[in-house]
Ligand binder design. Structure first.
Ligand code: AMP
Ligand code: GLY
Length: 420
C-alpha cells in the first residue's frame, strides 16, 4: 500500500512514525513533509494547500490511501477532491471540516443541539459589536469566525481591549476574511482538557485525554503559541467527566453533524473546559492537535492504520481501540523569540539513541545537515509508567539535542502533577 500524508509538522511526523508500524504499508509520502520527516517518509515539495498539486501527485503515483492532517486543506476540500478520484482518505470532507472552519457554524450547531458551551453573540457589523461591548460582561472573549493560524481568539480583560480586538478583526482585517464575522462569548474558567476522538460519523471513540500548554513562557505567561508541550492522560479528565462528556458532548456532536447532512469522519478534537457547571466545549478542531498527537499517538496500542481504515469504511464499531496504561510527555524545543520573530538556519544535532522520541516540526535539510526552519523546531516525547518519569525523561532527552537559540518551557506537566 502506498500512503500519502498531507502536512509537514510535528503532528504529521507523529502520524507517519505510527503508520510505519503497519507492515502492509510499503511507502509513505509526505506533502511537503520536512527535513526530519525525510528520515521516515519520502518528502514531496507540494504545499499542503496546493489541492491541484496534491490530487495530481496522488493520481500519478497511484496512492492507495491519503491522510489529510492540517486544518486548511481539510476546510478547503482536499478530502472531497481526492475522493472524487477514488482515493480513500482519513479526514472530514469540507462540509464537516466547517466545524473548525467557522466558529459561527460551530456555536450555532451547539446552540441548536443543546451541547454545553459558553454563551455567545454573533456580529457581522462592527457598530453592533462595539455597542454590545458597552454593557457586555468583562472579561470577554472575541473570536474571529474563520481560520486564523490559531491566533483568532482574544481574551479581553477590559472593555477597551475588547473593542480594540473587534476593531483589529473587523476594521483592520488582521485575519482577512476570517474576521468578517466575530463571535463574542462568555469568559469561562476551569482546567482545560483536549480529547481527540476517532469517528466514522456514527461511532465515536475518544482517545486518551491530554493537556496542552499554549502560552510561550513558564507559569502560563506570555503570548499564545501553537502549543509548547503536552502531557497525557490529563488528570482533570476523570471517569465521571469522561462519562458526562460522552453523553452531553461527544455523541450529541456526532449525531448533530449527521443530522445536518455533514457526517464527520476522521479525528474530531474536542477542546473542553471543566467548569463549575460541568464540561463545556471551548472549540472543535477537525483534525489531530499539534502537539497533542505527539503524546496521544505514542500511547495508542491498536494499529493506527487499521483504525484509520475502519473510520473511512464506517466500521469503527467493530474495533476495540486500545491505549497503553502509561503516561506521555512532550516538550517542544522552539527557536528563541517564537511566537514572534526568531532566527533560523542553525544546525541541529540529536543523539542517535533518542531519534525515535523526536518529532520534527520546523527543520529543513541542507547539504545533509538538519537546520532550524521554524518557530517550533522539535517535539521530544517520553512514555513512562508515571507522569513524573515521563516528564523527567523528556527533559533529559532535550539535553541531548543541540542547536543555537534553543528554547523550551521548563514547567511542562507541572499543573498536571499538582492536580493528581
Ligand atoms: P482556541 O484558539 O479556540 O483554542 O482558543 C485559545 C484559548 O483561548 C483556549 O485554549 C482557551 O484557553 C481560551 N479560550 C477560548 N474560549 C474561551 C472562553 N470562552 N473562556 C475562557 N477562555 C477561552
Ligand atoms: N494544540 C492545539 C491545536 O492543535 O489546535
Amino acid at each position: 500500500m502506498k500512503v500519502m500524508v498531507v502536512g509537514g509538522g510535528g503532528r504529521e511526523h507523529a502520524i507517519i512514525k505510527k503508520l510505519r508500524e503497519n507492515s502492509g504499508i510499503t511507502e509513505i509520502f509526505a506533502l511537503p513533509g520536512n527535513g526530519g520527516i525525510a528520515n521516515d517518509a519520502t518528502c514531496v515539495p507540494i504545499g499542503a494547500t496546493d489541492l491541484d498539486g496534491i490530487v495530481d501527485f496522488a493520481v500519478k503515483e497511484g496512492i492507495d490511501y491519503a491522510v489529510v492532517a492540517p486544518d486548511d486543506p481539510l476546510v478547503l476540500g482536499c478530502v472531497d477532491r481526492l475522493e472524487e478520484k477514488g482515493i480513500p482518505c482519513f479526514g472530514p470532507r469540507s462540509n464537516a471540516a466547517i466545524i473548525e472552519g467557522s466558529k459561527v457554524f460551530s456555536k450555532n450547531l451547539m446552540k441548536k443541539y443543546g451541547i454545553p458551551t459558553a454563551a455567545y453573540e454573533v456580529f457581522d457589523n462592527i457598530d453592533d459589536a462595539l455597542s454590545y461591548l458597552e454593557t457586555a460582561p468583562i472579561p470577554t472573549v472575541i473570536k474571529a469566525d474563520g481560520l486564523a493560524l490559531g491566533k483568532g481568539v482574544i481574551i479581553a480583560n477590559t472593555r477597551d481591549e475588547a473593542k480594540a480586538a473587534v476593531c483589529s478583526m473587523m476594521l483592520d482585517k488582521k485575519f482577512g476574511k476570517s474576521g468578517d464575522r466575530v463571535v463574542i462569548e462568555e469568559f469561562l474558567t476551569g482546567p482545560e482538557v483536549s480529547v481527540l476522538s476517532f469517528t466514522d460519523g456514527e461511532t465515536v471513540v475518544p482517545m486518551i485525554s491530554s493537556q496542552d500548554h499554549k502560552r510561550a513562557l513558564d507559569g502560563d505567561k506570555g503570548l499564545n503559541t501553537g502549543g509548547m508541550g503536552t502531557v497525557a492522560p490529563n488528570p482533570y479528565y476523570t471517569e465521571e467527566v469522561a462519562a458526562e462528556c460522552m453523553e452531553k458532548i461527544f455523541l450529541p456532536t456526532i449525531r448533530a453533524m449527521k443530522a445536518e447532512g455533514r457526517p464527520f469522519k476522521g479525528c474530531l478534537y474536542f477542546g473542553l473546559m471543566i467548569t463549575e457547571n460541568g464540561p463545556k466545549v471551548i472549540e472543535y478542531n477537525c483534525r489531530f492537535g499539534d502537539p497533542e498527537a505527539q503524546v496521544v499517538l505514542p500511547l495508542l496500542q491498536t494499529d493506527l492504520f487499521t483504525v484509520m481504515q475502519a473510520v473511512t469504511d464506517g466500521r469503527l464499531s467493530e474495533l476495540d481501540v486500545k491505549f497503553r496504561d502509561a503516561y506521555a510527555a512532550c516538550v517542544i524545543l522552539a527557536s528563541k523569540g517564537y511566537p514572534q520573530s526568531y532566527e533560523k538556519g542553525y544546525e541541529i544535532t540529536i543523539d542517535e539513541e533518542i531519534q525515535d522520541h523526536v518529532y520534527v516540526a520546523g527543520a529543513a535539510l541542507k547539504d545533509g545537515k538538519l537546520l532550524t526552519s521554524g518557530g517550533r523546531v522539535l517535539g521530544v516525547t517520553a512514555v513512562a509508567d508515571t507522569l513524573e518519569k515521563a516528564i523527567a525523561d523528556s527533559y533529559k532527552m532535550c539535553e541531548q539535542i543541540y542547536f543555537d537559540n534553543k528554547y523550551c518551557r521548563t514547567d511542562i506537566g507541572k499543573r498536571a502533577l499538582a492536580a493528581k
